[in-house]
Design a protein around this ligand. Structure first.
Ligand code: FES
Length: 338
């Protein structure tokens, strides 16, 4: 059965949990009610954070034909909300609460040419697409960029499978990816659909270059979860004077969560920076906004008039990126909500 996007919760049993690269764990799960998982699908997992449980989304790297075994790849993040630590602690035989495969990053089969771009842990959303295109004999190129080879999961297997169709960029080896050059190459060599998943700075650079080169927006598709921002997460203060709210957003929680806990009624849907429903108005910022969404374009982000509360944050930086002297030892965001 194909993936349905209405989450249906079930139990899953961890069958295998092994290292896939430095800081990345390969976790194979057997869901109680298997469903076939197409490329681009993910599962939501209920992560036990000790004092509470929260939903986290993980791409399905690989699935067998009937979906009885789903492979996830999880990067341990030091300054996030604890979901990855929960996943990294899992061992074979443990039960988790998870959904069936959910699809919001479908691969459109039948295009003349594809470019698949993965940055770091983004490979978990891209690997299945590359495998399918290879099986179909499609015209594709897989571009895989990372900081160092030891942190790039599945690298050896991908190089063996995709041979001349994979291009690897490793910052530590001096072969960093230049996003503009990649997009210009696509623009000059003819139409291609680009599917990407990676850090926000990389995806922002590609989106900007895509627009500058006049390429069709519908040919650019991306998945966002698992992405960090431009800066490491840190505590900051958020206030909504109209509602008398002033609260701290800890490094391990989102601004949306902090506002909800403080009693603010903020609309939301995707909670991963895509739909824009959680957007709030920025009245003032002491420090700098770290926009982590893909909803606003570059100009809107630079205007710093609105932000997506579900993913974006504030940091103690000035516009040049150096630590700002802002009186308080934390950045302060003053907002209003619709
Ligand atoms: S809830 Fe969708 S962008 Fe924040």
């Amino acid at each position: 059965m194909a993936a349905q996007n209405q989450p249906v919760w079930q139990t899953g049993t961890v069958v295998e949990a092994t290292p896939a690269a430095t800081g990345i764990r390969r976790i194979v799960v057997a869901p109680a009610n298997p469903q076939r998982a197409a490329p681009g699908t993910h599962v939501d997992v209920l992560a036990d954070l000790g004092h509470t449980s929260e939903t986290r989304s993980y791409s399905i790297v690989e699935s067998n034909d009937d979906g009885a075994l789903l492979t996830l790849g999880v990067q341990l993040a030091s300054r996030t909300r604890g979901g990855s630590a929960f996943m990294h602690a899992l061992t074979a035989g443990e039960r988790i609460t998870m959904t069936q495969p959910l699809q919001n990053f479908p691969l459109r089969v039948g295009a003349d040419r594809y470019v698949l771009l993965a940055g770091g842990i983004g490979i978990t959303a891209i690997a299945g697409m590359a495998r399918l295109l290879q099986q179909l004999g499609s015209d594709y190129q897989l571009v895989y960029a990372g900081r160092s080879r030891d942190r790039m999961a599945y690298l050896d297997a991908l190089e063996e499978l995709h041979q001349e169709r994979i291009r690897v960029h490793v910052s530590e080896d001096g072969t960093s990816l230049d996003a503009s050059s990649l997009v210009e190459e696509i623009a000059t060599t003819g139409p291609a659909e680009l599917y990407m998943c990676g850090p926000i700075p990389l995806m922002d650079a590609v989106r900007r270059s895509w627009r500058e080169n006049g390429l069709p927006p519908t040919d650019l598709r991306y998945e966002t979860f698992g992405n960090g921002g431009w800066f490491p997460s840190e505590d900051f203060v958020v206030s909504i004077p109209r509602l008398g709210i002033r609260t701290t957003v800890e490094a391990g929680q989102t601004m949306l969560q902090a506002l909800e806990r403080a009693g603010a009624d903020v609309l939301s849907e995707c909670r991963k920076g895509e739909c824009g429903l959680c957007q709030v108005t920025v009245l003032d910022v002491q420090g700098r906004i770290d926009h982590r969404d893909v909803f606003f374009d570059d100009d809107q982000k630079q205007a710093t008039k609105r932000l997506c509360a579900c993913v974006s944050r504030a940091v103690r930086k000035d516009p040049a990126g150096t630590v700002a002297s802002i009186g308080d030892d934390r950045a302060v965001l003053t907002l209003d909500i619709p």
